[in-house]
Ligand binder design. Sequence first.
Ligand code: XMP
Length: 519
Amino acid sequence: MERELIIVLDFGGQYNQLIARRVRECNVYAEVHSYEKLTLDQIKEMNPKGIIFTGGPNSVYGKDSATYDSAIFDLGIPILGICYGAQLMAHLLGGTVKTAPVSEYGHTKTELTKEDSAIFDKIPGHVTTWMSHTDYIAEAPAGFEITAHTKDCPVAAMENEARGFYAVQFHPEVNHTEYGSDLLRNFVYNVCKCKGDWKMDSFVQATVEQLRAKIGNGKILLALSGGVDSSVAAALLAKAVGKQLTCVFVDHGLLRKDEGDQVEAVFGPKGQFDLNFIRVNAADRYYAKLAGVTEPEAKRKIIGEEFIRVFEEESLKIGAVDFLAQGTIYPDVIESGLGKSATIKSHHNVGGLPENISFKEIVEPLRMLFKDEVRKAGLELGLPEYLVFRQPFPGPGLGIRIIGEVTAEKVKIVQDADAIYREAIDTAVREGKMKAKPNQYFAALSNMRSVGVMGDFRTYDYAVVLRAVNTSDFMTADCTEIPFEVLQKVMNRIINEVKGVNRVMWDLTSKPPGTIEME
Ligand code: XMP
């Protein structure tokens, strides 16, 4: 299937992913490729409708600066240069790039002087843009018209309309730039003449076809955790190759209440997908390995390693496979800007890649997607909403929500308390007592036991800690304000219904200085 494609040619900037995402938001498929890895011939073969040059903090005129074969300008393909990409375009086409007398950083008033520019369509003449540069284009190359400036930047945008080359010094992809998304949309539609054929259904269809072509009659193995990414990968692969796919679901006994059964209900023999599903109930093995271990990183390591061992054992039973599938998504791709190799997700990777499984190749069908796009694909594939919109859950599971030693008894306590808490939040949102669910919320078990009184008796039981945070990136987070009435209800139910708990505490800490998880 011929699909419209925009190539984001990455020169090492931090916003490459965001640019691709903005383009895809315009219903045009975009892929990020490192300038070091993608040859001119490959670009020709990929036949993109347009190319976007992106970021990079360095100077284009440095000895080792990122650059590209200037024959790229002879392909007849429209190009948009952003920031470093703009300077590179200027430099390669004979303009002048210099250290700016005044560097610009942050919100910057920008005047767009060419009203009828194809990329400024329906954008007002005065906008605030986001700048971040110390060099600037001092002179535009021959054939270019200057189309925008700021107080300190004489060439904030330039274009050679006849050749389809456009450049902006500011970052249209970040929200701080007013009308930034419109500018990218204008480039994609007005300049590259895209029609907008990228939608989740076309992604699903195209990926299914690609997977079929790649996998052929081969066997493929996937470690299914029940998280969003591996579930969507499983659904895609099942649609593509059915029973050639085997999913191994390792229930490590550190999942939330009933979660193992929910995963089985969707992917198991009674579920909606045609695949081989193997559930390994390995809780006892994990608890035995974790006995007496209190140090958080040691727990993580054990859980990760044990996963690899169980997974290997199961796959040995299946015999040789041709492919190993991974639910890697775009944010997991480390240093993707430089096209370096992918990291493999979550705790599955803590113990390393399985060494004793023989396979020819790794298949990562979600490698180009952002989380929200993965979710859309999941819905498209018919996965239930509770699975698609699950809050993040760490690979080591409740193992890092139980402070100190993990035991079966403590797991049960934290599972029950957490289920009550989540149910109460769902109810509070449904009844309008809270506007939205926190981005992540859970109960954890402190290792503290304290004296309490229940009825006429002294108790000496555990303290459950409730946590809820709002965050967009999970790097920083604020404690969510939960109505006191809701918290009190949760406290009452936990104390009454969960044996072994006589105290419920509320964690007020933001991140930093705290982290989201307790360990
Ligand atoms: P922290 O606790 O570092 O968590 O503030 C940030 C986000 O990462 C998740 N998290 C993990 N996920 N393995 C995972 O797969 C882990 O070991 C792990 N530790 C933390 C956490 O749930 C939060 O969303």
